[in-house]
Design a binder for this molecule. Structure first.
Ligand code: FAD
Length: 531
């Protein structure tokens, strides 16, 4: 049924909700589309999709849909297109700034993580491994931890990861999906063969490099603006058995960067000539060598960290790993020693641990469980993620790590470089205009309002510092509230991004929580805002 009069839709919906609250089960009329899955207007379920990991904003959806199939997603989006009302795919809700929320009762949340057979652990239907094709087909709402468990049964695994695996496939592919493997394999969006996408017009389209390629590239890193990913085909490789995980310390930032950049220049080299994972973090407070982000434990703790602080009271920790199998366990020590010899870290500062591949990839979850048990997980997270061009990383260090931060950080600060040539420029994601750029991630938690204000203010100061110093950073997992900021963010890509929006989601109903385009129910067929 088509609803051209939005007031009528809202009125109908309000009446229906009223009926539900007095005990009759009535589907909101615009959503009476014969779903195979579930639709709920239950207060508890609506509340659950009204917050995200950031806990900085609140949403208010009409209803939650848990789709049984991609066709259910088509049914909801078609209804939304006709009405119109807004639709947000929600993965695991681990955004920071309300990106998967519906605001002001303007629409419906599609809970992908509970759809497509995910809820009942139906691996057969929602995760299918092809050993011959060396790929896995995954429902867009499945979590990466489930993808890993399923592929490991075949001795296979995806190549590119995020540090934390309780994120949905659709959620990370809508951003990029980065971690210490990105320098070598590219972000997760560079490791996708094919997608099924429900566009903003309610069409289910299969796309890849060769087929409907514009949609394919638009959706990867597309912040949910062009369609809802219902299936992704992800490249696999033979999974290593174990991981040697090493941390070494630096007191000199230039040396730290030189070594990180050297290590990522080894991308594409045979396994024994490079490390498999390169990350790093900044130690401003004492004690942060073991932060919540990982459950790293090294039996040897040869140095007291406080005794090392030389260069402006800040230390830098390089984190590297080497994968190995039973077959090459004998040679791994030798390979590591030969690689370490080329680095200039503080000689007494080598911390090493060794664990199964699964445990390494799932390392953050252990820390999560600890924090949860102390009530420290579901707190506000004013995170800031920046891509900083290599040529200005030293200025960033001086101005931010040794300047703005003072000696209190309230959480881990990651820093690691990536190679731009591993990022497909046809995707929607934007990165700095240099061959090498760094991720700098301020992953901080606020246990009280005062800290939240302090950290949010510090984030603003960091962004302002970059602007004033003309350090051309790009936000990763971007959050802006004005048209001008989004245009600046996308730069040269803005024209293409907004044209693709017009083509694939002309009523601007998808992922309105990103606040890029403004959903305007009274004027649905024009891109009134922001063009
Ligand atoms: P949601 O927050 O649910 O959604 C994010 C956006 O994607 C929304 O706009 C939503 O509408 C859209 N979306 C969701 N599903 C779909 C779909 N199927 N189709 C189309 N659009 C969809 N990121 C990294 O790259 N590397 C990391 O190492 C990393 N570590 C993290 C650790 C933690 C503890 C947390 C909380 C986040 C981390 N992130 C990391 C960020 C994370 O990748 C993003 O926040 C991601 O969006 C979260 O996935 P989600 O499933 O929770 O998505």
């Amino acid at each position: 049924m088509a609803f051209n009069n939005n007031k009528h839709v809202l009125l109908t919906f309000a009446i229906c909700c009223l009926i539900v609250t007095v005990g009759l089960t009535v589907v909101p009329e615009p959503l009476d589309v014969g779903l195979e899955g579930r639709l709920s207007v239950n207060t508890r379920e609506l509340e659950a999709v009204s917050v995200d990991f950031g806990r900085l904003s609140r949403g208010e959806a009409w209803a939650v849909v848990q789709p049984a199939t991609a066709e259910d997603v088509v049914r909801v989006v078609k209804a939304a297109f006709e009405a119109p009302f807004a639709v947000s795919a929600r993965g695991h809700g681990h955004s920071i700034n309300g990106q998967a929320l519906i605001k002001e009762k303007k629409g419906v949340v599609i809970e992908m993580v509970k759809g497509g057979g995910s809820n009942n652990g139906d691996k057969e239907n929602s995760i299918r491994v092809s050993e011959k094709g060396m790929y896995v087909d995954v429902w867009g709402g499945r979590l990466w931890i489930d993808v890993l468990s399923a592929t490991l049964e075949y001795g296979l695994a995806p190549m590119s990861w995020t540090d934390y695996l309780y994120l949905s496939v659709g959620g990370t592919l809508s951003n990029a999906g980065i971690s210490g493997q990105t320098f070598n394999h590219g972000p997760q969006i560079s490791n996708v063969y094919e997608l099924d996408v429900v566009t903003g017009k309610g069409e289910l389209v299969t796309c890849s490099e060769d087929r409907n390629s514009e949609l394919f590239h638009a959706v990867l890193g597309g912040l949910g603006q062009f369609g809802i990913i219902t299936r992704a085909r992800i490249a696999l490789e033979p999974a290593p058995h174990r991981v040697r995980w090493i941390r070494v310390l630096y007191s000199n930032f230039a040396t730290f960067c030189k070594d990180q950049e050297y290590l990522i220049s080894m991308h594409g080299k045979p396994g024994n000539e490079r490390f498999d994972y390169v990350e790093g973090f900044v130690i401003v407070d004492e004690g942060l060598i073991n932060n919540w982000r990982s459950s790293f434990f090294s039996a040897s703790n040869p140095v007291k960290i406080t005794s090392l602080k030389a260069d402006g009271d800040v230390l830098y920790c390089l984190e590297i790993t080497k994968n190995y199998n039973q077959g090459n366990a004998d040679s791994v020590d030798e390979e590591i020693q030969s690689l370490l010899k080329k680095l200039d870290f503080i000689p007494t500062s080598v911390f090493t641990t060794d664990l199964p591949y699964l445990d390494f990839l799932d390392r953050v979850h252990k820390a999560e469980l600890k924090l949860r048990s102390k009530g420290l997980w579901d707190v506000p997270h004013p995170w800031l993620n920046l891509f900083v061009p290599k040529s200005r990383i030293a200025d960033f260090d001086k101005g931010v790590f040794k300047g703005i931060l003072g000696n209190k950080t309230s959480g881990p600060i990651l820093i690691y470089p990536m190679n731009k040539n591993k990022w497909d420029q046809r995707s929607s994601v934007v990165t700095p205009e240099e061959d090498v750029f760094y991720l700098v991630a301020f992953l901080r938690s606020a246990l009280d309002t005062e800290t939240l204000e302090y950290l949010s203010n510090e984030n603003r100061q960091i962004v302002r510092f970059c602007h004033d110093s003309e350090i051309k950073v790009k936000q990763y997992l971007p959050h802006y509230t004005t048209h001008q900021e989004w245009m600046d963010h996308f730069g040269d890509k803005w024209t293409q991004f907004s044209a693709r929006k017009m083509k694939f989601d002309p009523r601007q109903i998808l992922a309105t929580g990103q606040q890029i385009f403004q959903f305007d129910p009274s004027n649905p067929l024009t891109l009134t805002n922001y063009i």
